[in-house]
Design a protein around this ligand. Structure first.
Ligand SMILES: Nc1nc2[nH]cc(C(=O)O)c2c(=O)[nH]1
Ligand code: SF4
Ligand SMILES: [Mg+2]
Length: 193
């Protein structure tokens, strides 16, 4: 089995409910969306076998993988998740919610970009919903979304730079709607990968 991998790196989860947790990022290439605010160049990809990926991550002391992209569900399969589970890894995924998530994933972050009303049919339950938000964007309607342990707003950055008006807007929305919380792209603020 092969995956087209854009990059593999070891860092701390910079976003959401697992912020600060050491994680092995496996960024799969390709996406089915083309968001204007996308901060990732995922086009390049190197074909790798699962054994090659395992050889690259196993020297690190960490046993949490984050599958990200691009849109990782375009390539990830249940058998691939099982392969890494058998080798002792727990696995998180960052998905845009347009496709099903393979069985066996331990922590699902859904970060929807469009067609919010269709997500629940594909993914009934997630660990966190994390919405990228610019000033003026409407607060998403929780009642049509998957059940989630956390509801987070993530102010859109300008590349590596914080956009204060997006942050201020999210903070005000959250104060008015306290079922929501704030997620900052911490890795950008502290200058890590
Ligand atoms: N540190 C760090 N945390 C992240 N969480 C999600 C990321 C992503 O690009 O999907 C990301 C990333 O690129 N870096
Ligand atoms: S879904 Fe995510 S990776 Fe794909 S284009 Fe949008 S922001 Fe970029
Ligand atoms: Mg990133």
């Amino acid at each position: 089995m092969n995956l087209t991998v854009n990059e593999i790196f070891y860092s701390l989860q910079g976003e959401g409910g697992r912020s600060g947790e050491p994680s092995l990022f496996i960024r799969l290439s390709k996406c089915n969306l083309a968001c204007s605010f996308c901060d990732t160049d995922f086009a390049f990809g190197k074909r790798m076998t699962l054994d090659e990926i395992h050889d690259e991550i196993s020297p690190y002391p960490c046993r949490w993988i984050i599958w990200t992209g691009g849109e990782p569900t375009l390539q990830l399969r249940e058998e691939i998740v099982a392969y890494f589970k058998e080798r002792g890894y727990r696995q998180a995924i960052e998905t845009n919610g347009t496709r099903r998530v393979p069985a066996g994933i331990d922590y699902i972050t859904c970060s929807p970009k469009q067609q919010f009303e269709k997500i629940r049919e594909l993914i009934p339950e997630v660990d966190e919903l994390r919405f990228p938000m610019a000033k003026g964007d409407p607060l998403p309607d929780i009642s049509i979304l998957p059940r989630s342990k956390r509801y987070l707003l993530s102010p859109i950055f300008d590349g590596m730079n914080v956009v204060q008006e997006n942050v201020d807007y999210c903070v005000e929305l959250i104060k008015q709607h306290p079922q929501w919380g704030l997620s900052l792209q911490m890795h950008k603020l502290i200058g890590i990968r």
